[in-house]
Design a protein around this ligand. Structure first.
Ligand code: FUL
Length: 489
C-alpha cells in the first residue's frame, strides 16, 4: 500500500552511508505513486463542459435530445486551448460524454454522437480537435466519460458496462496521451433510457464494478491519474464551490467509498495518517453552471474570486480543475477569457520572483550535519532537494535572514512528498520592532501550502516553527509579493 519506494529505502540508505553521507529520512505513512507525484506538480488545469446542454440551456440533458441540436457555429479548439494556456493552466479535461449520453466523438458503439449532428455535416470530432490543439500547445489532455447515461436503453443492466468500457477504450487509444480520466458520481435516476422514460436506480457499490474499469485505464494509459469521489488516484474535494479544507491532508481511509458514495466532509479534509495517498481535486466553474448559459454572462467570477479559489485549492495541496464552458459558437466567451487572462498574469507575475532567494537559511537541526540536507535547500523550488532533520527530531525551527528589509504577503511551503506528509503544523513568525510576531500558522503542507497574509509584512528575519509526526523535512520555503489585479470592465 505504501508503494515501491518504501522497499527501496534500505538500499538507498546503505548506498548513502557507504559514501559517508547521512541516509535520507525513512518515508512516513502513505506515499504517493509516481503518477500522483507528477500530477501534484501540475496543480491547475481546465475543465471543459460542452455538449447538447450548451444548445438546450440545460445543466443535465434528459438523453432524448436529437443529435441535430449540437451545432456550434464557429468551434475553435485553438481558442479554447489558448485561453486555458494564457490562464496558466497545464491541461484540459473535456466532457467527452455527459449524463445525456451524447458523444462528442464519432463512437463506433452508438449513433448518439457528433456523427449524426449537422455540425461539420457529421464529420466533426470535438475530442480529436481539442486533444490535438492541447498537444500542439503543450497542454495535457484528459477525458470525462459520464458513467450515468440517460440515453441508453441498457443503462442499469450489465450490457451497459460493456458499452461504457468500449467507449473508454476508444477514448484511451485514439487521442494520444491522457493525463486524467474523470469518473463522475452523479446519478439522478430518471431519464429517457431508449424511450423507457423512467427512474433507474443503481447500487454505487456494486453496479459499475470499478476495479475492472480502472484496469483498462492502467493498461492503456498507465501514466493517467483517475479521479472519482474515492480515487483511486485523486479524490473529489467534497464541494463544487472551489475550496479544499484547512487542513486538507493528501491521505485518507477510502475503504467503503465509491464514485457517488463518500462523506463530503471527510473528502474535504482528508484523514491525518490515512491508509492511502489520494490527494483532493477541487472542481469549480468560472460561472454558476457547468455549461454555458447566456443568462449567466454577467455572473462570471471575478479575478479576485479566482485568486481566492487558487489559494484555497492549489494553495492547500489540492489540484484545481477550473471549468471554462464554451458558448454556442464553440469558444470561451469574451468576459471569461478576459478574467482568465488577468488571473493568469497575476499568478505568473507573483510567483516569478521568490523574494527569499539570497536570504541566509539556518536551522536548529540539520540531518547528520550533512550539506545534502542543509537549510538553504528550501530556497530553491526543487522537490528532489530538501532540508531534513535527524531521525529523532519532531520539532525544528528554520530561520531566514534577509540581506535587506523584504516585503511580502504570500508564503509558499512544500514538503518532499516522496517521504510522505510529515508536518503536523507550523507557525510563521516575523521579526518586527525587535521581537518575533506570529504572522501565519497552519497544519497540512504536503505538495504545496500557500498562505496569503492579511497585509504585507516588511522584515529582515522570518522564523518557521514546525511540529511533525516524523523528522521534519522541507523542500521549499519561498515568499512573494502578490501582484495587483485589475478587474476587466
Ligand atoms: C457533477 C455533474 O452532475 C455535473 O453536471 C458536472 O459535470 C460536475 C463536474 O460533476 O457530478
Amino acid at each position: 500500500m505504501f508503494g515501491w519506494r518504501r522497499n527501496l529505502f534500505p538500499l538507498v540508505a546503505a548506498a548513502a552511508m557507504a559514501r559517508g553521507a547521512a541516509p535520507p529520512p525513512a518515508p512516513y505513512g502513505a506515499l504517493p505513486t509516481e503518477r500522483q507525484r507528477i500530477a501534484q506538480e501540475n496543480p491547475a488545469f481546465a475543465f471543459v463542459h460542452f455538449t447538447v446542454n450548451t444548445f438546450t440551456d440545460r445543466e443535465w440533458g434528459l438523453g432524448d435530445e436529437p443529435e441535430s441540436v449540437f451545432n456550434p457555429t464557429d468551434f475553435d479548439a485553438d481558442q479554447i486551448v489558448r485561453t486555458a494556456k494564457d490562464a496558466g493552466l497545464s491541461g484540459l479535461i473535456l466532457t467527452a460524454k455527459h449524463h445525456d449520453g451524447f458523444c462528442l466523438w464519432p463512437s463506433a458503439f452508438t449513433e448518439h454522437s457528433v456523427k449524426n449532428s449537422s455540425w461539420k455535416s457529421g464529420r466533426g470530432d470535438v475530442v480529436r480537435e481539442l486533444a490535438d490543439a492541447c498537444h500542439r500547445a503543450g497542454l495535457q489532455f484528459g477525458v470525462y466519460l459520464s458513467p450515468w447515461d440517460r440515453n441508453r436503453a441498457d443503462y442499469g443492466r450489465p450490457e451497459y458496462l460493456t458499452y461504457y468500457r468500449n467507449q473508454l477504450r476508444e477514448l484511451l487509444t485514439h487521442y494520444g496521451p491522457i493525463f486524467e480520466v474523470w469518473f463522475d458520481g452523479a446519478n439522478g435516476g430518471d431519464g429517457f433510457y431508449g424511450g423507457a422514460r423512467e427512474k433507474r436506480k443503481i447500487d454505487n457499490a456494486t453496479y459499475y464494478d470499478w476495479p475492472t474499469t480502472w484496469a483498462i485505464v492502467r493498461e492503456l494509459q498507465p501514466q493517467a491519474v483517475m479521479f472519482s469521489d474515492a480515487g483511486p488516484d485523486v479524490r473529489w474535494v467534497g464541494n463544487e464551490k472551489g475550496f479544499a479544507g484547512d487542513p486538507c491532508w493528501a491521505t485518507i481511509d477510502a475503504t467503503g467509498m465509491f464514485p457517488g458514495k463518500a462523506d463530503p466532509k471527510i473528502l474535504n479534509a482528508g484523514t491525518r495518517g490515512g491508509t492511502s495517498w489520494i490527494p483532493a481535486e477541487v472542481d469549480v466553474s468560472i460561472r454558476p453552471g457547468w455549461f454555458y448559459h447566456e443568462k449567466e454572462d454577467e455572473k462570471v467570477k471575478s479575478v479576485a474570486q479566482l485568486l481566492q479559489i487558487y489559494f484555497e485549492s492549489a494553495g492547500r495541496g489540492a489540484r484545481l480543475n477550473l471549468n471554462l464552458p464554451p458558448d454556442r459558437r464553440g469558444q470561451i466567451a469574451p468576459r471569461d477569457a478576459a478574467v482568465l487572462r488577468e488571473w493568469g498574469r497575476v499568478l505568473r507575475t507573483t510567483f516569478a520572483r521568490n523574494l527569499a532567494e539570497g536570504a541566509l537559511a539556518i536551522a536548529t537541526n540539520t540531518r547528520g550535519d550533512d550539506h545534502n540536507y542543509s537549510p538553504e535547500r528550501v530556497l530553491a523550488s526543487d522537490a528532489a532537494h530538501y532540508w531534513a532533520t535527524d531521525d529523532d527530531a519532531r520539532r525544528a525551527e528554520l530561520t531566514l535572514i534577509f540581506p535587506a528589509a523584504t516585503t511580502f504577503d504570500v508564503v509558499r511551503l512544500r514538503e518532499p512528498i516522496t517521504l510522505g506528509q510529515r508536518i503536523d503544523s507550523f507557525q510563521l513568525d516575523a521579526w518586527i520592532d525587535g521581537a518575533w510576531r506570529e504572522v501565519a500558522h497552519g497544519t497540512s503542507v504536503g505538495s504545496q501550502r500557500l498562505m496569503r497574509l492579511a497585509e504585507p509584512v516588511a522584515t529582515t528575519k522570518l522564523r518557521l516553527r514546525i511540529e511533525a509526526a516524523a523528522s521534519p523535512a522541507l523542500a521549499e520555503w519561498s515568499v512573494f509579493a502578490l501582484a495587483p489585479a485589475t478587474e476587466p470592465p
